[in-house]
Design a protein around this ligand. Structure first.
Ligand code: G3P
Ligand code: MG
Length: 262
């Protein structure tokens, strides 16, 4: 087992951008499952795993992108209505391929135990308009899980909900954090302004929304820029020319060859 060095938001001067496995190697295994994270741990050159978190009914931090269960499991309805033991009954792999029928929706704690510092983890906190959590509730649960696993120096927190990121930073001054750009809400605001308000050091943006002006502004303010979701060589080359610091991909095991010239 190779333990990563502590996470720093920007790659060292002169190094290639970080390669970040979006929901694990989600092109080859069901997203946000241990199978997808296992592939990300085993593929050479991958720096980080991105995953999405929310709460179960019994207030455990689970790793699931959608508010509801049906797209990525045999469950149905809002995950927040089910306890972890109920959620564990659902098959989280067959929708992708029957070979993955044994996959289950993991808790964040299980992912930390499994990945075991072989990769950094980018924890994207999902906030939900329909299921507003009590103020600071999800943030505190996630921080607690990170600290209990000893992952403080190996994780970053990110969210479209910049209030959540500000809360995380207030609770844990040492936390590495990133703000996700929402075109409809944030249009016209530069990365430096969005990041400063939340105390973040990473600006994360979709590939079709990122401009050279945004990258320049971010770098002038010492922010790192990560871009998602790049699944082709031509997209990777375009974004590397813009000077991004991190690349999220569903097939990180493939694009890593373009990024790191492996
Ligand atoms: O964190 C970047 C990216 O994951 C944001 O979008 O919908 O894939 O969680 P989404
Ligand atoms: Mg995400």
């Amino acid at each position: 087992m190779v333990t990563m060095t502590p996470f720093v938001p920007k790659p060292a001067q002169g190094s290639q951008p970080y390669v970040i496995a979006h929901r694990g190697i989600s092109g080859k295994a069901p997203e946000n499952t241990l199978a997808a994270f296992s592939l990300a741990c085993n593929a050479p050159g991958i720096d980080m795993i991105e995953l999405d978190v929310r709460l179960s009914r019994d207030e455990q931090v689970i790793v699931l992108h959608d508010r509801t269960l049906q797209r990525t499991s045999t469950g149905n309805g809002a995950a927040r209505h089910y306890s972890v033991s109920e959620i564990k009954e659902f098959d989280a792999g067959s929708w992708f391929d029957p070979a993955f029928a044994a996959e289950r929706i993991p808790t964040l704690k299980e992912v930390f135990q499994f990945v075991n510092k072989r990769r950094w983890i980018n924890i994207e906190l999902k906030s939900d308009f329909l299921f507003r959590e009590k103020p600071e509730f999800l943030e505190r649960k996630v921080i607690e899980t990170v600290h209990e696993a000893g992952y403080n120096d190996y994780a970053m927190y990110s969210s479209f909900d910049h209030g959540m990121i500000a809360t995380i930073k207030r609770i844990d001054r040492e936390a590495r954090t990133g703000v996700l750009y929402n075109l409809y809400r944030d249009f016209g605001r530069l990365p430096s302004k969005l990041a400063r308000r939340a105390g973040a050091s990473v600006f994360v943006c979709a590939k079709h929304e990122l401009t050279a002006t945004m990258v320049r502004d971010a770098h002038q303010h010492d922010l790192a820029v990560y871009v998602y979701t790049l699944n082709t060589t031509s997209n990777v080359n375009k974004m590397m020319n813009l000077g991004v610091d991190g690349i999220l991909s569903d097939n990180a095991d493939q694009i890593v060859k373009d990024v790191k010239k492996l």
